[in-house]
Unconditional design. Structure first.
Length: 110
């Protein structure tokens, strides 16, 4: 019996690359925002027991989405459109959560 690992190495997307996706994919993700429930959907999507902190989830979601997008562009049979849309929904939702959780900029008194 072979001992395997359940750890997946995700490579972050370089900051200088634009984040471009088909309009229909973005529209589907926007519509999916209506039924997104973070506590219910995020653990299932990431295949974890508990909902991770917003800052931790976003990097992994973006990495997994990049993998799906590469499969889409290469037209591989393993491409999963439903998972890709769910990842886009989660990314949009997590970006919203991260923005809301970010501290407000301090005003500088002169």
């Amino acid at each position: 019996m072979t001992q395997g690992t359940n750890v997946i190495a995700f490579h972050p997307r370089p900051a200088h690359q634009p984040f471009r996706r088909p309009v229909v994919l973005i529209r589907a993700a926007r519509e999916g925002q209506k039924s997104w429930k973070r506590d219910r959907d995020l653990p299932q999507l990431l295949r974890v027991d508990r909902c991770p902190a917003p800052a931790h989830a976003l990097a992994r979601l973006r990495a997994e989405e990049a993998i799906q997008n590469d499969m889409r562009l290469k037209q591989l049979a393993e491409y999963n459109l439903k998972r890709h849309v769910l990842l886009m929904i989660a990314i949009m939702a997590e970006m919203r959560v991260a923005i809301q959780a970010a501290p407000a900029p301090m005003a500088i008194a002169l």
